[in-house]
Design a protein around this ligand. Structure first.
Ligand SMILES: [Zn+2]
Length: 233
C-alpha cells in the first residue's frame, strides 16, 4: 500500500468534501432547473414559476439533508457496534486479539518479531484505537458526522438550486425556459469539469456527462410541462 504524505492525506480528505459538494450542487441545479423549465413550459407566469422553484429548493434541500443524515447515522451506528464488539473481545480474549493484530502487521510486510513488538506496544498504548484503525479501518479523521454531513449536502443543494431561480427571476418573462436551460447547462458543465478534476478524471468527459443528463432531465420536464400547458390552456 503506497504511503501518502501529510499533504496528500489532507488533499484526499479535501477531495472527498469537494466531490460531495459538487454532487450536491449538481442535484440542486438539475432538479430545480427541471422543475422551473417544466412549470414555465406549461405557460404559467413568473410568480408561479418562482414559487414552484422555491418549493423545489426547500423540498430538495430537506430531502438531501434527511437522506444524508440517515445514511451517515446508520454508518456511524454500524461503526459504534463494531467498536463495542471489539472492546468486548479485547476484554475477553486479549491474547487472541494481540495475535490478530500481530498477523495484520505481518501481512503488511513486517517480520514476525517486529510485528509482535509493534502489536504489543500499540496494544499497551491504545488497544481499541489500534484495532479500530488497523483491523476495522475506522479512524476518527474519516468518520463523517451526521449533522455536519446533512448541513453540507442541504447547503450545496440550495447553492446549486439558486442558479436557475435567479435566472428565472431575471429572464424576460416569455424566455424563461431558454434562459434557464442555457444557464443551467453552462453551470453544469463548469461543475462537471470541477468534479472530474477533483477526482483526477478528464475535464471534458466529466463536463459532458453531467451536461448530458441535465439536458435530458430538462427536456423531459419541458415536454411534460408543454403537454400540460396545451391540455389545460
Ligand atoms: Zn480485533
Amino acid at each position: 500500500m503506497s504511503r501518502l504524505s501529510h499533504s496528500e492525506i489532507h488533499m484526499v480528505h479535501r477531495i472527498g468534501w469537494l466531490r460531495a459538494a459538487v454532487l450536491g450542487a449538481n442535484d440542486g441545479i438539475v432538479s430545480t432547473a427541471s422543475l422551473v423549465v417544466g412549470v414555465a413550459a406549461a405557460g404559467t407566469g413568473r410568480t408561479e414559476v418562482l414559487i414552484a422553484g422555491l418549493a423545489g429548493l426547500v423540498a430538495g434541500a430537506m430531502s438531501m439533508a434527511a437522506g444524508e443524515y440517515v445514511s451517515v447515522s446508520s454508518q456511524t451506528d454500524a461503526e459504534q457496534a463494531d467498536l463495542a464488539r471489539e472492546k468486548k473481545e479485547l476484554a475477553e480474549t486479549p491474547a487472541a486479539e494481540l495475535e490478530e493484530l500481530t498477523q495484520i502487521y505481518q501481512s503488511r510486510g513486517l517480520t514476525r518479531a517486529l510485528a509482535e513488538q509493534v502489536a504489543a506496544q500499540l496494544t499497551e498504548h491504545d488497544a481499541l484505537g489500534s484495532h479500530a484503525r488497523d483491523e476495522l479501518g475506522i479512524s476518527e479523521t474519516v468518520t463523517a458526522h451526521p449533522i455536519q454531513a446533512a448541513l453540507v449536502s442541504a447547503l450545496t443543494f440550495a447553492v446549486g438550486a439558486v442558479v436557475p431561480l435567479i435566472v428565472a427571476l431575471l429572464a424576460p418573462p416569455t424566455q424563461i425556459v431558454i434562459f434557464v436551460a442555457v444557464a443551467t447547462l453552462l453551470s453544469l458543465a463548469v461543475l462537471g469539469g470541477l468534479g472530474a478534476t477533483a477526482g483526477g478524471a478528464g475535464v471534458w468527459r466529466g463536463a459532458l456527462r453531467v451536461t448530458f443528463w441535465g439536458a435530458l432531465a430538462m427536456a423531459a420536464t419541458a415536454i411534460v410541462g408543454s403537454l400540460f400547458g396545451v391540455t389545460v390552456g
